[in-house]
Write a protein of this length. Structure first.
Lengths: 243, 243
């Protein structure tokens, strides 16, 4: 029987991306704690667009433009010289509406440049706050998909894997999934059983430990909340904009 | 409280190995279907030693030595020019006792050379047929451990992850494990609930599908059998020998 479904793969860490074909493919960038949750939230609350950049210096430079907020973190903390951090809770409508956000993060922006180098067909960003928007878009498009986890300095992490699992779970009947990483992600998401926060806490997820050590439990809870910022960030000519 | 336990990490695919320190560390090479299961079985059944090599040509050349069997696979099938394949069931005592086995495989030998390049402290091989031998050795040694999965052409696979999970499960109280890949492996092993074969079959593991497509279900069942070849293969000066 000929399979006519589009193909879905999960890439659990950026260094594995070159093993997969990204052209003519939708690449979903996943950095649950906290870059892609922040991106969805800022756009949902009316930011004009987001400029993801790979260096703090470039971010500071972009801050010279009018109506531009600079933000970013290194190793989970506000990077020196930037105005704001990577907490989605900072980006309320009052603060971010009609502004431009220049953002640099430890892992997410690195993965984005890898995807660009590989000539990705379309790049979008995914997080629990915009889960359904991502699922609906992938369903409508009916094209091949790579779920690309930003991980932590190359090492696989649980929270990005769980988000990939949520997508696999929603799309499993619409895509051909001959990919152990996708199946593993789906099983782990199933095991979390709807309580992602408790799952990360009790399983001693490494980034949960890192962020909760900084007193960021409220951030983590928000980043695990489904559909609270229901919007689709799409990358176009250097900018993430709301579709 | 100071942690004095040794550290354990799981590396789900060879390309992530450079992210970890391998020196002064025991690296466990894991290639469940089927290289490390075959290695344990051949040594358990009395092979003098095994020479892992990275090319078919080199394997054929070693076959000129007396009492040497050449074996290996590429993409799951016997490689052209070699006498035997990578099925552990071929290596009965009648056949392999007192012989030397020159072995080349798709993924396992590649991972071994990476570990050597990284100056690994000690290299051993692990598989379900020698699970307890590995657990006992790691317990006694009380040194840092990397569980290194051979994967499939760089892509993460379920069966190697499950074996890593079995080790993590056995050693979790003796090691410091701040490693999401280890926790994920352990959860998946827990979910398999003692029936690894059914787990791989029903979860549509990609390598299960590949091998069962070649009629190798009996091989897969053997490779998932715990402690049927209870021996510890250790790498020393180009050879895998029984400790």
């Amino acid at each position: 029987m000929k399979e006519n479904k589009p193909v879905l793969h999960t890439v659990l860490t950026p260094s594995l991306l070159p093993l997969y074909n990204a052209s003519d493919t939708i690449v979903v960038i996943i950095d649950v704690l906290r870059a892609t949750s922040t991106i969805a939230t800022a756009l949902y609350n009316g930011a004009k667009y987001i400029i993801p950049v790979d260096s703090v210096a470039k971010c500071i430079e972009l801050g010279q433009m009018p109506d531009t907020v600079t933000a970013g973190e290194r190793d989970g903390r506000v990077a020196e010289g930037l105005q704001h951090g990577n907490s989605p809770l900072e980006y309320t409508r009052d603060f971010i509406e009609n502004k431009i956000l220049a953002l640099t993060t430890t892992n997410g922006t690195h993965l984005l440049s890898l995807a660009l180098n590989q000539d990705a067909g379309t790049i979008i960003t995914g997080s629990f706050p915009n889960l359904s928007a991502v699922v609906n878009y992938l369903t409508e498009q009916n094209r091949d998909v790579l779920l690309a986890c930003a991980a932590w300095k190359g090492r696989i992490n649980l929270e990005d894997t769980l988000f990939a699992g949520a997508i696999v779970n929603a799309l499993q009947n619409r895509f051909e999934i001959n990919c152990d990483a996708s199946r593993m992600a789906q099983m782990l998401y199933g095991e979390a059983g709807g309580n992602l926060f408790e799952f990360l806490r009790t399983r001693e997820a490494s980034h949960y430990r890192r962020l909760s050590g900084y007193g960021l439990e409220e951030d983590i809870r928000y980043c695990l909340s489904v559909d609270v910022a229901s919007i689709l960030p799409v990358y176009r000519e250097g900018k993430l904009i709301a579709e």
